[in-house]
Design a protein around this ligand. Structure first.
Ligand code: SAH
Length: 343
């Protein structure tokens, strides 16, 4: 059985049925995680990159069935941060050693291209040595180009699932897998460092879907791949669905490390939410990025994509200290660095 893992490690690929075998059995796990950690160490050593996450608006015009801040959810208290508050979050993050700021939000029409560009320009001027990452959803190509010219240089947009039928089961008819993929290729072509990814254990997901996700990612060749378990959110159509599993998430992180030795793979907040040591286990399965929360403490609970999200009661400095200890306990080291992909 370890032959399969050795093959995956040396060829950086497997056939569809082989990938399915690895994903569906726990017999490979020990060899798989050891190989993933060895590959991660050969490319990144023990370095773990940090990205400070600023959740600047939970308004959203979309109705994704899984998401807690979907437009139809009337129980959400909506908020927006103004430009000064966003800048203040960056200043705090800079002092904590963060050199990447991730601005994430729902698809909020208030934040026109003009407003986004103005915010990006201010951050770019004040923090010329930092990466500015946007995670604000699907936009026309011209908008992505405008943000890029304003100084944004990375973009996170998970493809969610590469299978159109599965995509349609997770999203309202106005959204399509095709448009989401178009966005990703536009972003890449413009010159962004792109992050994509998907939820593990989202409703109706099959092992075949996950293999399709791997194949799509091989085509896209993103710099970052974010995977985390689906976690049900109250007051959404999927409130009663079950969460994705820790085991499968770890297995997928490890397979991704072997398929994409150079990729940036975050140990996500969702992973830390389904298990107290989820992020540490993620790091040991091949992840090399953590994304501590930099949002003002009083809005964190309102950015509830799913139930039980961790780190909502903490100040940014506490988040930093806690993560530092966790990363060290797992056997790695947080580095103060812009944290570029090493290709
Ligand atoms: N509006 C932006 C940001 C979305 S939130 C965009 O469209 O890209 C960031 C990610 O959180 C999503 O891409 C999704 O994969 C994840 N997410 C949303 N709801 C979730 C849930 N219930 N459980 C786990 N992850 C979820």
């Amino acid at each position: 059985m370890n032959d399969l893992i050795r093959k995956l490690q040396t060829q950086r690929n497997l056939s569809d049925p082989e990938l399915k075998t690895v994903l569906e059995s726990d017999a490979f796990d020990d060899a798989l995680f050891a190989a993933a950690d060895a590959v991660r160490r050969s490319v990144y050593g023990t370095a773990v990159f940090v990205r400070g996450l600023i959740e600047f608006s939970n308004y959203c015009k979309n109705g994704c069935y899984y998401c807690g801040i979907r437009c139809e959810n009337r129980s959400v208290q909506r908020y927006r941060l103004d430009a000064d508050t966003i800048l203040a979050c960056c200043t705090e993050g800079y002092a904590l050693g963060y050199r990447t700021f991730v601005l994430q939000s729902g698809e909020d029409p208030y934040f026109t291209d003009e407003r986004i560009c103005a915010i990006v320009e201010r951050i770019r001027t004040r923090f010329p040595d930092c990466a500015i990452t946007l995670s604000i959803g699907e936009k026309p190509r011209e908008s992505y180009l405008a943000y890029y010219r304003a100084g944004a240089n990375r973009f996170l947009l998970r493809h969610e699932t590469a299978d159109s039928t599965h995509y349609a089961a997770l999203h309202p008819p106005a959204l399509s897998a095709e448009n989401r993929k178009r966005c990703l290729f536009d972003l890449k072509e413009i010159g962004y460092q792109v992050g994509s990814g998907f939820m593990v254990g989202s409703p109706f997901q099959t092992t075949e879907n996950i293999v399709t996700d791997f194949r799509f990612l091989q085509r896209l060749d993103p710099d970052m791949i974010g995977v985390g378990p689906f976690i049900p959110a109250p007051d959404t159509p999927f409130a009663d669905k079950s969460a994705g599993s820790l085991k499968l998430t770890l297995r997928i992180i490890a397979v991704l490390r072997l398929l994409f030795p150079h990729a940036l793979l975050p140990a996500t907040t969702a992973l830390g939410t389904i298990a107290p040591d989820g992020r540490e286990l993620g790091l040991r399965a091949g992840a090399n990025v953590v994304m501590p929360n930099l949002s003002p403490a009083d809005v964190r609970e309102k950015y509830a994509l799913y139930e039980g999200k961790i780190c909502t009661g903490e100040e940014s400095a506490q988040c930093r200290a806690c993560l530092e200890a966790r990363v060290r306990a797992a056997g790695y080291e947080i580095v103060t660095d812009v944290g570029n992909v090493r290709r």
